[in-house]
Design a binder for this molecule. Sequence first.
Ligand SMILES: Cc1cc2nc3c(=O)[nH]c(=O)nc-3n(C[C@H](O)[C@H](O)[C@H](O)COP(=O)(O)O)c2cc1C
Length: 305
Amino acid sequence: MNFDPKDFRRALGKFPTGVTVITTRDKNGERVGVTASSFNTVSIDPALVLWSIDKGAYSLEAFSEGSHFAVNVLRNDQVELSNRFARRGEDKFAGIDVREGLGRSPLLPDTAAVFECRTWNVYEGGDHFIIVGEVLNYGYEDNASSLVFHNGRYAVPEVHPAAKSPTESLQARGFLGDYLLYLLRQTLTAYREDFYPRLSHFGITTEEWRVLTLLADGRAQAAQDIAEHVSQPVEALLETGEWLEDKGLIRIDGDRLELTEKGLGVADQLLDMAIEHERQTLACLSEEHQQTLKESLKSLHDRLR
Ligand SMILES: Cc1cc2nc3c(=O)[nH]c(=O)nc-3n(C[C@H](O)[C@H](O)[C@H](O)COP(=O)(O)O)c2cc1C
């Protein structure tokens, strides 16, 4: 089978993962770390985990020949750390208050979990090496919410909206049925499920929709800036860009992205569709209630952030 690598990567992106930063020391004692989403469990007894490292990575030797490494599982507010450790080389640890773990592997502060490992074995894996570690020590934060990577984008884990309506005993206490967090979550889920499939009529994915709407004013923008707005690592954003370029919707010039004539037309249609969808959804409320709803949500957001 001769796969198109871009398409293969896109298919793999359908499998959501967490995001880790794997750290160690190189043979000169320098701190090394890479962002990796390939982390996974292998065995409970003995306690084994694995991840895979690109053979082109700057820090390949430090991991394939090192005796220890630490897996730092990122929390959902640590996107900046993920982006920082996904950059090649350079001193990625500047300004970070690390602790020293087993084998002197640097441990990042405030992560959701950490697994300190002795390298158990390194296996050949095509353009990657598969590194299996024996977990010698671990820790985790009970209420931490972990960062997720899905469809090339950072995401947050959400409890699946329960299909059943709240039980009578909880409803009687005004809980769930009338509880704000429940109402917000159910409404957001239902709104998304109603809206996003409409993008398919335009042959557009949700990742592409976000990029198109950001560029809709016609100005060229730097990939780095767009990536921050759409919550994608720059490499993943550039991949979304290439898909849009293949469809003739954007032009990529160096590190800048810009809509083509065709792209401007599609972005306009998408924005019109989104506004019309919102109008129809809110039609069950009076004009005054619609205004109150939006203003209340904005005030609440200001209060909480
Ligand atoms: C979300 C995300 C997940 C990644 N997962 C991996 C991975 O599992 N293995 C890998 O080798 N690189 C992965 N990368 C890319 C590396 O972090 C990137 O190539 C980094 O530059 C490697 O650092 P180095 O070249 O300094 O060794 C990932 C990047 C991101 C943004």
